[in-house]
Structures are given as C-alpha cells and as structure tokens.
Design a protein around this ligand. Structure first.
Ligand code: ADP
Length: 589
C-alpha cells in the first residue's frame, strides 16, 4: 500500500507517494510559487503523473498540519468537522494553517474516495508536562489565548528518536534522547523514555535555537524596547524576528550554513560569530535537557545542518564530556547518512552518551502514522472488546478487623456476587474517618483477606484529607492509615489506604489474543458518547481464574463518562475498549 503525503506551504506544494513500511518513494513532486488559492490547480496538475507511476496502490492521504492546538494530539481523520476545528486554530499559526487547509481541501476534492488524515507537527509534544508547557504569564490571559508551549517538528523528532533507539538496540521507553533538528527551522527536544518532555520551540516556531532567519530566544524586553525606540508594529517585529534574524541577521550573508562555514573559514568575523552563536545556543539547550531528564543516553543530530555539518556537530559537542558525550573526530568528519544507511554513530565505542547522526524523513514519518491509523481502524473489529467494571470506594478486611468492627460474632454477609470468581459485595458497611473528613456507608468486598486494604479515588482522598499512593492490589506497605467505624467498634489502621492501579483481569487465552503477558502495561481506548478517552498505564493481570474485565475507579469512569450499570460494587458498563500496546505512543492512539 501507499500513502500520499501532502505538505502544503503558503506558496509551495510538496507531494510524495510513500510506502509506509520502508519509506520508499513511488513518486514525488514539488510545485513552487503557487499563487494564492492555487493549491487545487497545482494538485490537479501534478497528481495524475504521480499516480500513474508503476504499482501505486493509494490507501490514504496524509496531510502535514503545522498546528494542532489543544485539540489535536494524535493523527486525526479529516472530515468537515475536523477541518472546521483546524480552521479555528489559524490564529495560532496564521501563515501555515491556511496553507495546510488549502492542501487538504484540494486533495479531498481530487481524491474523495480515500481516507484523509491530518498529522500534526505539535502532536508529539502533547506529552509535555505542565511545568514545561507553561509560560510564567497571568494564567487567565494565557488560557484565553491558548498561550503555552506546543512545540513543532514533532514527526521528525519522533522519527529520529525511534531510529536512534533501533540503532542502539534498545526500546525507546528505556532511553533518554536529545534530538536536535537543525534545518532552516531548528529545534531540540528532550525525549524521555519515548515521550517529549521539553522542546525548544514554543507557542510558535520562533522560540529556542538560532535558526536560518529566525532569532530563537530573545529577551522579551528587547521587543518592548524596539517597539518604543523604533516605532515598530506587529508586522515590523514579525519581519525582523522571522525573516531578518538568526544566521542571516548575524552573518550578513544569508541563511545558508554552507556559505557561512566557507566565509568563516576564510576569516569572515561575522560568519564566525554566527556559527559560534548557533552552536553555543544548541549546547546550552543540550545541557539544560540533560538536567531536565536527569541524564542523557544519546544525542541525535538531524536535518540539513545536523546531518551535513561536521563543524556544527564538532563545536556543539565541545565541553559535553561531563555528560559522557564525546565525538570521535574522524567518524564525525567522515559521516554520511543516506536513506539506505540513515544512522551513523560518531561517538567512540562504549561512550556513556552516544552521539548519532540520523537522516530524518518527515514524509516517511507522516506516512507511517497514517498507515498505522488506517490499519488500526480497520482492525478494531478483530479485537475482542473488554468489559469495563467501575469500582466504587470499598474496603477489604481481615478476620480480626471484621470482629473489631462488627463484634466477636461478626461476619461478612454476601449481598451480591461480583464478576471476579469468589468475590462478593457485603450487606455490612463501614464509615471512614480521615484527618479532614469522613465518608459513610462504604462498601466491603469479601471474603476476608490477609491485610486490610482501603481503596479510594482521588476525589475521596481530598474529602478524607489523605494522600494515598497508586498501588496494585495487596501492596499496602507505607501507605497512609485511617480509622474505620463499624456498629460494634472503631479500628485504626497504621497503613492500608491506596488508589487502585487501573488494571485488566484476563485469562491466558485473552493474553494471547491481545499479545500481552502478566505485568505488561498497556493503554486502553474507550469509546463513550462524548468523552472518548485513552487510559494509559493500565496493568495487565493474567490468571486462569480471572474473567476478562478492566477495573477503573469512579474518577476514571467519570472522566470517560462511563456509568456503573447499577448499585453494585462492580458493575458492567456499556463501554467497550480497544487494546493498544504500550509501545504505541500517545500520538498514535
Ligand atoms: P528545511 O528546514 O527547510 O527543511 P533543511 O533540513 O533542508 O531545511 O536544512 C537546510 C539547512 O541545511 C541550510 O541552512 C543548509 O545550508 C544546511 N546544509 C545543507 N547541507 C549542508 C552542508 N553540507 N553543510 C552545512 N550545512 C548544510
């Protein structure tokens, strides 16, 4: 199968027919200098020849869309509603998004019978934690305008990180990688165990590294100064920061790194300074990202400058020995990456932090995302749905605790048998007394156990005034204690309050069906009316006595708008799920 990758810029249209498994190109074509509104004509002009290339079997069209805002954090099927929603993001990227949408409209008109999927530059960075996302601006203002760090070049950072992991023979989930995408636009990303946790571009692609014509970081006070002293307006600032700065502004001879290197070698001071500023800024980010991740296993250079400039790599890597990162100068000088040999290691053997040059391929990255999505959607029916049970807060008691709470003859009386064999909800109930508040009529699940265990939701913890850890069942060591009140007495426990780690019970045959094993951690997608959700960090528990069922707590169920069927402690819901392996990252779900 093939995927047509459409990359529509304001005055250009890049088309590429890619085999997603290998990245091989069946055909490609670039149309430059497209007049406004001319995308459809350009597409209609170029497409027939591309599709006529031998053996092309078009399964889908993938569109590069620069900004996904808060709305789009994974590849998304393009229909009219999605297209409208993307249009709403124009204020976040006023130059790029309209051009991307022109490409979408043209391609949908010309190829109405294949699925069209948007792949967002920002999506890979949807995993940035809040602390990395936020600018220290007034919160209300930031929220009103969607001002936060989104990050860009997502497909490239993800692609080269995956390639690097492959080369290192390790899972992406085991590595801390700093990816440096150095093209005309440049950005660095901290990829911590497979997730983007910091990236140098921000709300727009203007922040961060020194770029071809973009300034990257500047003191925001400089902008105020320019407005006041030069009388610049928004357009004037835009022009200076986006078009006249960066390598071009520093060197005075344009933005092409090859020219700058040559001039610097011939003694041009401005070009030397431009080169030094470029590498210094990048080294600074590498150091910062190593600190953010608490270490770094690999540094990856990619894109036009990263792949081709031995000098930039050499200068950047200077003084990174403290991270265990050192260049082998010969390997660095001789390094050449091609589509057939896309990864070259340029650090000495056994280096603590490996340095790699990786050829990026954004069209291949997009085609892969699209193919995974199209294939995955086709395969939903093949997976057995997993019933979801919602566990309300409840307690498990020891025999001694039952006596303390319900009297010397006290016992647990089954009210309702639960789906997991041998388990029952009891007639008896208890009150929980925490440091801040109490919760009455809390259910008990029998039979008695070896340890008391109190399973509450995060919301319950606030009410009780506790901070309980997330644990798998039975692991109560070092959890907070609590006081239980029964009709016959009180019992204070030293430990035992936990939030249940969401999990799926399954039999060995189920595990085989899904290709998982006991102890695996997976993601589960839930289709609900209006709050579709993917639960990550779901623990798989396999035993022949288990019934296939996913257990979540009430907070988790509410987040996905799932309802417990009736008043039982565990109840089947209407939710059905699809199982995705943990190694399918967030963006592909
Ligand atoms: P874009 O962001 O436009 O996709 P590229 O990834 O193609 O950009 O990178 C363009 C940059 O790569 C230019 O600054 C160019 O000078 C630089 N570049 C390409 N080849 C070399 C080389 N051999 N040495 C130094 N820089 C190079």
């Amino acid at each position: 199968m093939h995927v047509l990758v459409v990359n529509a810029g304001s005055s250009s249209l890049k088309l590429c027919i890619v085999e997603p498994a290998t990245g091989a190109r069946a055909a490609e074509s670039t149309v430059e200098r497209i007049p406004a509104g001319g995308h459809q004509a350009a597409l209609e002009g170029a497409l027939p020849a591309l599709l006529a290339s031998g053996g092309v079997k078009l399964a889908a069209v993938g569109h590069r869309v620069v900004h996904g805002g808060e709305l789009f954090t994974s590849p998304t099927h393009l229909d009219d509603a999605v297209t409208d929603a993307i249009r709403g993001l124009i204020p976040l990227a006023p130059l790029h998004v309209p051009a991307n949408l022109a490409g979408v409209a043209a391609a949908r008109a010309v190829l109405p019978d294949v699925p069209h999927v948007a792949v967002f530059d920002t999506a890979f960075h949807a995993t940035l934690p809040n602390r990395a996302r936020r600018y220290a601006l007034p919160l209300a203002l930031a929220e009103k305008h969607g001002i936060r760090r989104y990050g860009f070049h997502g497909p490239s950072h993800k692609y080269v990180a995956e390639r690097a992991a492959e080369h290192l023979g390790a899972a992406l989930e085991e590595l801390r990688i700093i990816t440096c995408h150095l093209g005309n636009g440049a950005s660095a990303t901290a990829v911590e165990y497979g997730r983007s946790v910091e990236t140098s571009m921000g709300m727009t692609p203007l922040e961060g590294l020194v770029m071809g014509t973009r300034s990257g970081d500047v003191d925001p006070g400089v902008l105020l100064h320019l407005v006041r002293q030069e009388g610049l307006d928004a357009d004037g600032l835009d022009r200076i920061l986006n078009k006249e700065s960066g390598l071009a502004g520093l060197s005075g001879i344009g933005n092409d790194m090859r020219d700058i290197e040559e001039a610097a070698a011939n003694g041009d001071d401005r070009c030397r300074a431009a080169l030094h500023a470029f590498c210094h800024r990048l080294r600074k980010y590498i150091g910062a990202y190593a600190a953010v991740m608490g270490g770094v296993d690999a540094i990856v250079f990619t894109a036009g400058i990263g792949e081709n400039s031995a000098l930039v790599r050499h200068r950047t890597a200077q003084r990174l020995e403290f991270l265990g990162a050192r260049l082998d100068e010969e390997l660095n000088r001789d390094c050449e990456v091609t589509r057939d040999a896309p990864v070259v290691e340029i650090s000495p053997p056994h280096a603590r932090c490996r340095i790699l040059v990786v050829k990026t391929d954004e069209a291949h990255a997009i085609a892969r995302d699209v193919a995974r999505m199209v294939l995955d959607l086709g395969a939903v029916g093949a997976h057995k749905p997993i019933p979801i049970a919602v566990s309300a807060r409840h307690v498990h008691l020891t025999q001694d605790a039952v006596k303390a709470l319900f009297g010397p003859d006290g016992k647990l009386t089954p009210r309702k048998w639960l789906s997991q064999p041998g388990q029952f909800a009891c007639e008896e109930r208890v009150t929980l007394h925490g440091p801040r508040g109490s919760i009455e009529r809390v259910g008990i699940i029998g039979p008695v156990r070896r340890d008391c265990q109190i399973e509450v939701s995060r919301t319950d913890e606030y009410a009780l005034g506790l901070d309980a850890p997330i644990r798998r069942s039975g692991q109560v060591a070092n959890s907070p204690g609590i006081t239980l009140q029964g009709p016959a007495g009180r019992l204070t426990l030293e430990e035992g309050v936990v939030q249940a780690w969401r999990h799926i019970h399954m039999q060995p045959e189920d595990a085989e069906h899904y290709g998982v094993k006991d102890g695996d951690v997976v993601s589960v997608a839930v289709d609900s009316e209006a709050r579709d959700l993917v639960f990550g960090d779901v623990l798989v528990r396999v035993k022949s006595s288990y019934l296939l069922e996913m257990h979540i707590d009430t907070d988790e169920a509410n987040a996905a708008d799932l309802n417990a069927g009736d008043a039982g402690m565990l109840a089947l819901t209407r939710g059905t799920v699809r199982l995705l392996r943990k190694d399918v990252t967030h963006a592909e779900v």
